[in-house]
Design a protein around this ligand. Structure first.
Ligand SMILES: C[C@@](CO)(OP(=O)(O)O)[C@H](O)COP(=O)(O)OP(=O)(O)OC[C@H]1O[C@@H](n2ccc(N)nc2=O)[C@H](O)[C@@H]1O
Ligand SMILES: Nc1ncnc2c1ncn2[C@@H]1O[C@H](COP(=O)(O)OP(=O)(O)O)[C@@H](O)[C@H]1O
Length: 285
């Protein structure tokens, strides 16, 4: 049996860090929404009790370090399964970009195995299992628009954003999340107007949304990689109505209306960046 599962990328419209937790993670408030830039996972049932993973990207491990592998191993252990699976990943989401590609692949494996093996686990059970794999995985289980609290794994659904295009621009580097958080100056955090972003979603107010997006991690990533700050400036200079770094970066997401203006922003950034995309929100009014 073969099963195909899509794994959409996510962008963070707002990311605020409240402080450090006793478990070494940071307390966050972040608003995430999914976009139509997706990895495609092929799940092939194996009768032997093995997990094989392949990915068409040199930047992604094809062994037990792969988040898709970890998800399959956790699912098999949780439900005492001895069947095997081969997972082929078509990577369309840039790696270590702040778009949650690995987390989304892990969530796709949990959804896919639950279906392929007719386990019947609830979405809540899969989300709880996903939280053990990474802070981003619970959001990726839902794939709509939500506020993440705690370390990001506690999910509070939010209204869909107003329809717009998103230009994603990735400078030519990857950034590891675990290298960004420790560099935060916890005594001088630039907090975000999370409540304003939520209100703009409730009111479907595109202008107010664009004026309130922001990311407390930007100063850290920008100081490590000044070119990321330049991409954000260029995104706005080329006509984006709002721009914000996604996750720990380096991707900058620009909110744009209408499509003709999105094309202009896209063209203004191509050649300046390693990869530029125009995507749609998967969950929009
Ligand atoms: C912070 C975000 C925002 O989207 O960064 P991106 O990965 O997307 O860039 C994500 O929630 C990340 O989620 P995920 O990538 O699953 O991170 P995890 O594997 O849980 O944690 C990786 C490392 O990031 C740091 N970390 C992550 C989340 C958090 N709330 N506090 C932290 O300090 C820790 O050092 C941790 O060891
Ligand atoms: N299936 C996967 N897809 C992408 N990255 C993966 C995967 N499995 C493991 N990784 C590793 O996880 C790290 C984070 O990748 P990714 O989730 O794309 O970053 P981000 O959370 O910043 O978007 C990378 O170093 C990558 O090598």
């Amino acid at each position: 049996m073969v099963l195909l599962e899509k794994a959409p990328a996510k962008i963070t419209l707002s990311l605020d860090v409240l402080g450090k937790r006793t478990d070494g993670f940071h307390e966050v408030k972040m608003i995430m929404t999914s976009v139509d830039l997706t990895d495609i996972l092929e799940l092939h049932e194996r009768h032997r009790d093995v997990i094989d993973v392949s990915a068409d990207s040199q930047y992604v491990p094809d062994d037990e370090r792969n988040l898709a592998y970890k998800a399959a191993a956790a699912f098999k252990q949780q439900y005492h399964l001895t069947k095997g699976v081969r997972i082929n990943i078509k990577k369309n989401i840039p790696v270590a970009a702040g778009l949650g590609g690995g987390s989304s692949d892990a969530a796709a494996v949990l959804r896919g195995l639950n279906q392929m093996w007719s386990v019947g686990a609830s979405r809540a059970e899969l989300t709880q299992l996903g939280a053990r794999l990474g802070s981003d995985v619970p959001f990726c289980m839902t794939g709509t628009t939500a506020l993440g609290t705690g370390r990001g794994e506690v999910i509070h659904p939010l209204p869909s954003p107003p329809a717009c295009y998103v230009v994603l621009a990735k400078p030519d580097m990857g950034i590891s999340t675990r290298h960004v958080f420790p560099r935060l100056n916890l005594n001088n955090l630039k907090h975000q107007p999370t409540a304003d972003v939520i209100r703009s979603l409730e009111e479907a107010n595109f202008r107010n949304l664009c004026d309130s997006v922001g990311n407390t991690l930007e100063p850290v990533t920008f100081s490590m990689h000044p070119e990321v700050a330049r991409v954000k400036e260029k995104m706005l200079a080329n006509g984006a109505a709002g721009a914000v770094m996604s996750g720990s970066g380096p991707v900058i997401a620009g909110l744009v209306r209408p499509f003709s203006r999105a094309r202009r922003v896209y063209n203004g950034l191509r050649g300046f960046c390693d990869a530029v995309y125009i995507v749609r929100l998967l969950d929009q009014r």
